[in-house]
Design a protein around this ligand. Structure first.
Ligand code: ADP
Ligand code: MG
Length: 261
């Protein structure tokens, strides 16, 4: 193992000034699983309405970083703040945090015995304690946002993988989170189904949703993300706007992009 000689991220100048106040602050977070140090001082901020794409090789710590933001993992040291909530506070109100932060995974985990509408209503009823009528209204609006209101009465098995993932996004969206996290949500889909899911995320971004997504879709990241974070071996290695991918500065990002072609 060669020594890490590049602990400070390489930052590309952004053409646009960062809009507004950060809503996510990740400050020098460290995380180990046993002897495996997975996050080694990761820091970044996300402004309200920004879309950030996190890219990097498998095992570089992308999912762990995302999971720490929603406190699905606890950090060993550092600080995380989301929408004014101190995530690393041992007494953090997890219900409150989970209402503010939506997370969507590669596996959509819809309940097979519930309709699309019922899947989206579930957390509205049981977490937000909405009435049935209210939950139905909110769920249908969320389904309309992902273009699936006409499938409200269908069961998950009657939908394509892309449609099921869009239902999972609607389920998260219905909770009206302030920040949405997406972890490789198109990776399990056939190529012809990824487009519809990417379009939904692009619409959300255009609508001003604050989003952090881990993705392998380099062209999408380049076109849609406000900033790209390249992670390498548990560190933020290179950061910049989409054009960064046309002009990578570090040999690590150059190699990563070359391997992806
Ligand atoms: P990425 O999403 O970039 O592929 P991950 O964050 O999933 O990377 O994983 C980074 C490292 O952390 C890997 O070595 C992985 O094996 C390890 N890891 C992730 N989650 C766990 C866990 N729950 N327990 C033990 N090791 C884990
Ligand atoms: Mg991952």
């Amino acid at each position: 193992m060669s020594a890490i000689v590049n602990p400070e991220p390489v930052v590309h100048a952004s053409p646009s000034a960062q809009p507004g106040q950060p809503i996510v602050k990740v400050d020098q977070i460290y995380k180990s699983f046993g002897a495996n140090q997975v996050l080694k001082g990761v820091s970044f901020e996300v402004a309200r309405g920004e879309m950030i794409a996190i890219i990097g090789a498998s095992g570089s710590g992308k999912s762990t970083a995302l999971r720490c933001i929603d406190r699905l993992e606890t950090i060993d040291s550092g600080h995380i703040e989301v929408a004014g909530i101190r995530v690393d506070d041992p007494d953090v109100d997890l219900h409150k945090l989970r209402r503010e932060v939506g997370i969507v995974f590669q596996s959509y985990n819809l309940f097979p015995h519930l309709t699309v509408l019922e899947n989206v209503m579930l957390a509205l009823r049981h977490v937000k304690m909405q009435s049935k009528g209210e939950a139905q209204k909110v769920a249908l609006a969320a389904l309309a946002q992902v273009g699936l209101d006409e499938k409200a009465g269908a069961y998950p098995e009657q939908l394509s993988g892309g449609q099921q993932q869009r239902v999972a996004i609607a389920r998260s969206l219905a909770m009206a989170p302030k920040v949405m996290l997406f972890d490789e949500v198109t990776s399990a889909l056939d190529p012809q189904l990824t487009g519809e899911v990417l379009r939904v995320m692009e619409d959300l971004a255009a609508g001003g949703m604050t989003m952090i997504l881990v993705t392998h879709e380099m062209n999408f990241a380049k076109r849609v993300a406000d900033r790209i974070i390249y992670m390498h071996q548990g560190r933020v290695w290179e950061v910049g706007p989409g054009e960064m991918l046309d002009n990578p500065h570090t040999p690590e990002l150059q190699a990563f992009l070359a391997a992806d072609l």
